[in-house]
Design a binder for this molecule. Structure first.
Ligand code: NDP
Ligand code: MG
Length: 382
């Protein structure tokens, strides 16, 4: 029996993970963490009977404490950290959105756990720290959940790190694929929230429309697989069937395909190195694939992707700045305080105002992260 902790259990990834785990034998949920969706969290507690639950609001904390006296109820960031550090856990799924997932991941690494990593912001903001910790605690392992990185992880088994020529990340292109800057000037949040292929949380859906999601994934791939930015390519593949490709030195390309459904990469992060049959994972009908397309991304229009390569190459704190500026920009966009294209303006400005510094500790990350958030709120929030 494997003990599982899930932080972000009420989100899109968290719900899919619980769906997968409830149909797999040999896994027990021992801890859940969420922020504000108290109603869903209660339903999950009643169904999965965890020993520990962390919640992000005081009101939620009080409700859970009185309703579930036998469960250890935890609170806020400390609660997430406690879940990350639990000795009893075998695998922790980090499915929180945003950089708040970093500390729980760090705790889990120190305890030598397997981390099923969905929270890409962790790797983007704290990549150098996580890499260092993984060397210090070799028992710990990160198995990516993000579909592109899961695809790369799977394809990478076909060769050695020295044989990698390029990592090729596929991007659906989002709802604005093929559109011009002029068109983007007038798009609404509602349009940006309509993803053609994937059903996901609102933050990542906006990121997919702006291609910042792909930018974050480029940086995530760099830190996860230790590959130079010049060896990471993006290809727009609107059907979202090929989830990513590794090109090896002999020009062989190994791709992973599947339906656009997160339950496959989520399950793989739990069962690796094994694969399991599961009726919850939809079959891909190979005979339906007569029209797969691959295009170059338009980096002039979708500037957010270019800015990620720039920030990544600058290194140090620049990816932290890129991520933090984007997180607040997305929040402002979702609250209709800024226009869609202002997103890029905010990231670009933040990268100039906060020049690259070296990262030596997690504190360096948090200090820059906080200053960037304040800067964006002050200058672009109304
Ligand atoms: P959602 O917005 O659907 O869910 C976010 C989850 O995080 C919710 O459970 C939410 O709790 C919780 N949460 C947010 N802030 C906090 C906080 N401060 N403390 C505790 N919990 C918090 O996001 P997704 O599931 O779409 O995405 C989660 C992560 O996975 C992101 O990093 C995303 O980039 C990544 N990812 C997602 C994919 C997808 O298909 N959705 C694909 C690949 C990666 P509550 O609801 O209770 O407020
Ligand atoms: Mg992805």
């Amino acid at each position: 029996m494997k003990n599982i902790a899930i932080i972000g259990s009420t989100g899109s990834i968290g719900r899919n993970a619980l769906d997968i785990l409830s149909s797999l034998k040999g896994y027990k949920i021992i801890a859940l963490g969420a922020h504000s969706n108290i109603a869903l969290l209660q339903t999950q507690i009643e169904k999965f009977h965890p020993k520990y639950v962390s919640i992000g609001t005081e009101e939620g904390y009080k409700i859970l404490k009185s309703k579930f006296p036998k469960i250890q109820i935890l609170f806020g960031n400390e609660g997430l950290k406690t879940i990350g550090a639990l000795d009893e856990t075998d695998i922790i799924l980090t499915a929180i959105s945003g950089a708040v997932g970093i500390e729980a991941t760090v705790e889990a690494i120190k305890k030598g756990k397997r981390i099923a990593l969905a929270n890409k912001e962790t790797m983007v903001a704290a990549g150098p720290i996580i890499q260092k910790l993984l060397k210090e605690y070799p028992k710990a392992e990160i198995i990516p959940v993000d579909s592109e990185h899961s695809a790369l992880f799977q394809a990478l088994h076909s060769g050695t790190p020295r044989e990698i020529k390029n990592l090729i990340l596929t991007a659906s292109g989002g709802p604005f694929r093929g559109k011009s800057t002029d068109f983007l000037k007038h798009v609404s949040v509602e349009q940006a929230l309509k993803h053609p292929n994937w059903s996901m949380g609102s933050k990542i859906t906006i990121d997919s429309a702006s291609l910042v999601n792909k930018g974050l994934e480029v940086i995530e791939a760099h830190f996860l697989f230790n590959v130079d930015y010049d060896q990471i390519k993006v290809v727009v593949h609107p059907e979202s069937i090929v989830h990513s490709i590794v090109e090896f030195c002999d020009n062989s390309m190994i791709a992973q395909m599947g339906t656009p459904d997160m339950r496959l990469p989520i399950q793989y992060a739990f069962t690796f190195p094994e694969r399991k049959f599961n009726t919850r994972i939809p079959e891909l009908d190979i005979y339906s694939l007569s029209n797969l397309h691959f295009e170059k991304p338009d980096l002039d229009t979708f500037k957010g992707l270019q800015l990620a390569f720039d920030a990544g190459k600058m290194g140090g704190t620049s990816p932290v700045v890129y991520n933090a500026a984007n997180e607040i920009a997305v929040e402002l966009l979702l609250n209709k305080k800024i226009e869609f294209l202002t997103l890029y303006e905010i990231i670009e400005k933040a990268l100039i105002v906060f020049p690259t510094q070296k990262i030596t500790s997690l504190d360096d990350v948090f200090t820059v992260d906080k200053s960037v958030r304040e800067f964006v709120r002050k200058n672009f929030g109304v």
